[in-house]
Design a protein around this ligand. Structure first.
Ligand code: SF4
Ligand code: SF4
Length: 89
């Protein structure tokens, strides 16, 4: 089963602490490429925004794909529930 992104856009509204996206922050922690709930540059988005690429490049030796998806889905849930205390980004 693939990564279960609900396309809520919350990850793109909380990029302030992500060094790889510092140039994308429009000044309030929201990515300048977010349009509504969707990414305007989806096909060319940075690898940090691409769960599949991140897994293959950096995490495949640490987790199974399903485990990595689950960790990401938990982070999504925390963002959606505004539970930032547990979130390590
Ligand atoms: S927070 Fe998670 S579910 Fe929402 S758009 Fe981002 S990756 Fe998808
Ligand atoms: S580049 Fe796209 S996927 Fe990445 S944070 Fe911005 S809007 Fe979201």
């Amino acid at each position: 089963m693939g990564f279960d992104c609900t396309k809520c856009g919350e990850c793109c509204r909380h990029i302030a602490n992500i060094p790889q996206l510092s140039e994308f922050d429009r000044g309030d922690g929201v990515c300048k490429y977010l349009r509504g709930h969707e990414c305007d540059i989806y096909d060319t988005r940075p690898e940090i925004c691409n769960v599949e690429k991140m897994y293959e490049k950096y995490f495949s030796n640490l987790y199974s794909r399903d485990e990595f998806y689950k960790l990401n889905e938990e982070a999504c849930e925390m963002l959606q529930n505004k539970n930032f205390k547990k979130l390590q980004i």
